[in-house]
Design a protein around this ligand. Structure first.
Ligand code: SF4
Length: 339
């Protein structure tokens, strides 16, 4: 993969100080009053993505990575901050999302079976998407366009006449990717897009996405709980914990020299082949689950689990500090290795 180190043409997507709040405990209207509580699912999240770049967003369940993707898609309304796409403030759009934006930003979710209409043939699903293009495609051309799309994602012509249930999980995900490509997107958000697939199929889909990116110049926001998966496709990586980005940087550097203790924990949670290394890692890896976003710990939200926590961590949240290739939120000096 060709590294992208600078934004020669400016970012395609810029997320600035994004905050998304959810409300919980509504109760049952007219029956049981609930105790409403607002909490921040995403706080002060900033990153950008250049054309043709992959930004990997990783973190445990509840870290806010999917909510961040949903805010970019305008499926949730931010409480603060901005999402800017190709110079246009997406957060300033009215209630309706403009058609050009719906086409420019596509999404591939985890479960392709839920994304596809079970009563539609693959050809129908793709023809529907083709019919939404800004430039109309005559009906007589649509079959040929469907076959082109299938070829692009490594499927054969006969797959056009299959129903989703007749395909394997990997083939279904290829159809969903083809449907996303049908409208000519510039950014594709892959939200746990390979998490439900077996390891070899994961590799095939990741190779497909990387190839399409090279061919079409697509930008990708690749969201996953699995750091190993993100590593294979990302130019840059952002690590989220309890709604905040705690580290961003060049993917190679983050994997080689993680600056944040939480990034180190995520890397070490992947089982290494050597039992001695496994034992050493277990002794350093903290146990316990992340705190609830409803009541995040004081100071640095990671401090109850952090093996490196020291005196100021429980009292004061660390501000973002610049690294040569990104930012880190930790009171430790980011240039020192984290033990
Ligand atoms: Fe650990 Fe303190 Fe850094 Fe938080 S600020 S990650 S508790 S060392």
């Amino acid at each position: 993969m060709k590294p992208i180190t600078e934004h020669a043409t400016g970012p395609l997507l810029r997320v600035e100080n994004l905050r998304v709040a959810y409300e919980t405990g509504r109760g049952l209207p007219g029956l049981l009053p609930g105790r409403r509580r607002r909490f921040d699912a995403v706080r002060d999240v900033s990153f950008d993505i250049a054309p043709g770049e992959t930004f990997g967003l990783v973190g445990e369940s509840g870290s806010g990575k999917t909510t961040t993707g949903r805010a970019v898609l305008r499926l949730v309304r931010p409480a603060a901050g901005r999402v800017v796409f190709d110079g246009q403030d997406v957060t300033a759009f009215g209630r309706r999302t403009p058609r050009w934006y719906r086409q420019a930003v596509q999404v591939v979710f985890q479960d392709p079976l839920a994304s596809l209409n079970p009563r539609h043939l693959v050809s129908q699903a793709l023809e529907q998407a083709i019919s939404r293009r800004a430039e109309p495609v005559p009906r007589s051309r649509r079959r040929a366009e469907v076959l082109d799309l299938l070829d692009q994602v490594g499927l054969a012509a006969h797959h056009a006449d299959r129903y989703p249930y007749e395909l394997s999980g990997g083939q279904r995900q290829r159809v969903v990717i083809a449907r996303a490509l049908a409208v000519g997107p510039r950014l594709v958000i892959c939200d746990e897009a390979v998490s439900a697939l077996d390891v070899s199929t994961q590799g095939q889909i990741i190779n497909l996405l990387a190839g399409l990116q090279r061919e079409l110049g697509l930008a990708l926001l690749f969201i996953s709980h699995d750091l190993a998966v993100v590593r294979h496709i990302s130019h840059r990586v952002g690590v989220m914990y309890l709604g905040r980005l705690v580290e961003t940087g060049d993917a190679n550097r983050v994997y080689r020299e993680p600056a944040h203790p939480y990034t180190r924990v995520l890397l070490e949670s992947a089982p290494p082949p050597d039992p001695a290394t496994q034992r050493a890692r277990r002794s350093r890896t903290p146990s316990g689950e992340p705190a609830s976003p409803l009541s995040p710990p004081s100071g640095c939200a990671f401090h109850p689990r952090c093996p490196s926590a020291f005196e100021p961590c429980a009292g004061t949240g660390p501000p973002p500090r610049a690294m040569p290739d990104g930012v880190v939120r930790c009171h430790l000096d980011p240039v020192k290795p984290v033990n």
